[in-house]
Design a protein. Sequence first.
Length: 354
Amino acid sequence: MFSKWCIAGKLTSHVQQLRQMHIKRAELYKKCCRILGVDDTADQNTVRRAYIELVKKVHPDSGLPDASHERFQEVDEAFKLLQEKFAKNRRGIYEDDEEEVPDIRHTAPQHRQYLSFDGLGVGNPFQRQKQYQQIKAMKAQERVLKHRIDKSQADEKTVMKKGTFFKKHAIKTKYGFDRLVEDYIQEAMSRGDFNNLSCAGKPLTQAQTQNPYLDFTTHKLNKILIDNGFTPEWIMLQRDIREALDQLKGHIKKERVFYGKYPLNESEAHQWQEFLKNYTEDEKQINKNIDKYNLIVPIFDHQFFRVNLEKIAEKILQDPSLECNRKRPQSNQQNNTSSSQGKSDIFSFMGSWF
């Protein structure tokens, strides 16, 4: 009997400890505001400014008297919770203020993995995250299927609520007009009205090639900025680099047809190197633009490698699909000989003066 009382007392104390580790959501947000030193009704920008000023003082590497790892961790966690609240409110998701959630003191990084994923999944955090994503995908698929079933079973004048997954995020939408349009489309398809259309197989117009996942307002704003010359500098540089590189390769390919198969003999190799010297300045200019582009491009994966004229020419020489052994036109040869004679005459004339 005594042992049972001891076990019951331990269980009661353990339950009390667990209750003390939880707090109501409204009280948690108020506590976060008190930690950051802002009012309960403060907006997101005010919270962010207060967080930055406070982190400068309490960060462990600040060297100030208020620096503390525990204090910094508490401030950082309070800011993250408030940011999550602001993000949900922007999407129209309002949570139950009376719901009990873990207290901010008991959400340290080493325990955070046990407070996430809605308690679903088993194994290490990576395995639980993977299982949680699969469960979320299955639930989303079930909600989409249920929504379609409810839509198909709705009467003509039925007013349905969209987004019933979140109770306070309800938008009333009529589906009668959508169903009527869908019926007309199916009826026209059964009659063959969509067969042998005049524009079938042709590319879409420029107005229809916009990103389907981009909303109409953003698309129009981007179009207005582009039409008025407000294209970002890195996009213009990217286009200039590609055009210059294509033009350089085109010149080299045009010259390649007048040489023999790879590898070239000694005389042709000498002529080839003399020809490439004419494009060293183009190579420097392209690499200069590439360096500037890599400094301002916002996406790291979109950066370019520097251009090497020798490697580009070597690849073009080794390309078996390009034509070779073509005779050079006489006009080009005469121009080259006349230019060389003109240069020799100038040099001889200048030499006569010295």
